[in-house]
Design a protein around this ligand. Sequence first.
Ligand SMILES: *Cc1c(COP(=O)(O)O)cnc(C)c1O
Length: 332
Amino acid sequence: MAAFGTVFMPKMALTTFENNQWGQAQTVAADSIQLHPGAHVLHYSSTCFEGLKAFRHSDGSVHLFRMDQNVKRFAQSSRFLSLPAIDEAQVSKMIVDIVAQYAADVPLPPGSMYIRPTHIGTEGAIGKAAAPTLSSMLYVLLSPVGDYFAGGAKALRILLDETGMRCAPHMGMIKSGGNYASALGPILKAKAEVQADQILFCPNGDVQETGAANFLLIDGNEIITKGLDSSFLHGVTRSSILTLAADLGMTISERNLTVRELLERAAKPGVEAALSGTAAVLTPIGTFIHNGKEIKVGSGEAGPTTQKLRQALNDIQWGKAPDTHGWLTKVC
Ligand SMILES: *Cc1c(COP(=O)(O)O)cnc(C)c1O
């Protein structure tokens, strides 16, 4: 099976913003775009993206999961980056239409079609370090993906970092390219030095998130996760898991969590910790690494509540449980 995100459908949906307006959406080849070498995005990182999935149900129908949330966040990211305001209705239609065109290629569960809307500043103007791009390009790429957990859900090793930051604090809730480049140096260092899979960024002891996923602590009947503020990305998976956990009668505590409290709780038997995101849904954490010490979370293996919550979310996405929250959009 090819690595996640390396296979693309041959065509994508694309529109451009020029002369103060969006053009008509087109279906174009997905293997190249043309850009001026001085394009704003290449110099000043005016770029944001989204990640959502389409799922095939057993009756053959194809459904998007919470597209409205991703389109809203895409609009917000574009706004915070001073990119042209997106037309949410147009983008939603581009997503639905391109997925409909490739409906036959949407994999069966546990696979899905990963959808990557992308918005970039295209004005060729290298004097605009402190000015917004006047033109932009927005496209919707499709990538069929397999089972993220092929070979079993291996519990992750996570380094707790109290000194670094994932990105500038005012950029946390923006799904923008520069943030990932910003986190890469520390992540590669953690991989090389302590064989960590990811860093959980906890500036001044405040538990935030990893490079591309939100963090959840599960202690008995309670889920603890940081309350929404501008310092981290507001995941759609995070919000969906919290909703399903509340449906199951769990207590949801959205509040700040310190490294100290995290480590005190993690050492207790039966505690679980997990990362949430569209790509991997809910991934168990087996070990924290902190100041040279290794702390096992619960048994150190994937826990039952993490598995139950992931299954509850997958069941809705795969049409095996009723969509009581109206999260699915039928494409065809
Ligand atoms: C995309 C992303 C997430 C997860 O968001 P979902 O909407 O659940 O996919 C969390 N953190 C970061 C930094 C992200 O980029």
